[in-house]
Design a protein around this ligand. Structure first.
Ligand code: HEC
Length: 157
């Protein structure tokens, strides 16, 4: 497949997945906000929201709604790497909260869950924020790793 066509397809895929993903824009959409009381659960949910906001900002640039700004894109890349890197620590302890959407199978499949967190961190590291074109090419992989874990370990609303 010619490279240009492949890029267009990838971008289209990225944009459709992004709109399927419950990615809250700023402010977060009401249906994406869970109201958590346990502080551990709160911390892991906050981490996810940070990741989501960063990905959202990148998506605004990819979609041409915001001007591409390499400094802000690099900052969002760092936020994503940190948020994905924090997953194992933030989910390590089994914590139940009535509002949580984390499936209990996380803790009976801990190694698999951790591997998915590692894959997400790796895809965030591979984000290339140096040019809009590179960003477009590397963002879909990040979205895939988010979805990949959610499909298995996060209950739908
Ligand atoms: C290794 C698994 C895993 C990965 C990778 C992952 N998530 Fe999550 N995410 C979860 C789980 C589990 C929950 C549910 C947490 C809860 O409700 O306690 C969640 C919840 C969320 C929420 C909902 C927060 C809220 O307010 O309820 C958002 C938004 C989110 N993730 C975004 C992302 C984005 C964006 C990425 C990728 C950059 C990502 N996640 C990667 C497992 C993951």
């Amino acid at each position: 497949m010619p490279a240009l066509l492949r890029n267009i397809l990838l971008l289209a895929m990225c944009l459709t997945t992004l709109s399927i993903l419950p990615l809250p824009t700023l402010p977060l959409r009401a249906e994406d906000m869970i109201s958590v009381s346990d502080p551990h659960v709160q911390a892991r949910v906050e981490g996810m929201r940070d990741a989501s906001k960063a990905l959202n900002r990148l998506n605004q640039m990819i979609a041409g709604r915001h001007r591409f700004d390499p400094r802000s894109a690099r900052q969002d890349r760092k936020i994503l790497i940190a948020a994905m890197g924090n997953i194992p620590r933030r989910f390590q302890r089994y914590k139940y909260d009535t509002a949580t959407r984390a499936k209990p199978r996380i803790w009976s499949n801990w190694n698999d869950f951790r591997a998915r967190a590692r894959a997400a961190r790796a895809s965030a590291r591979s984000l290339n924020a140096n040019s809009l074109n590179r960003l477009r090419q590397t963002a879909p992989a990040v979205v895939r790793t988010c979805l990949d874990c959610h499909q298995r370990y996060r209950r739908p609303p």
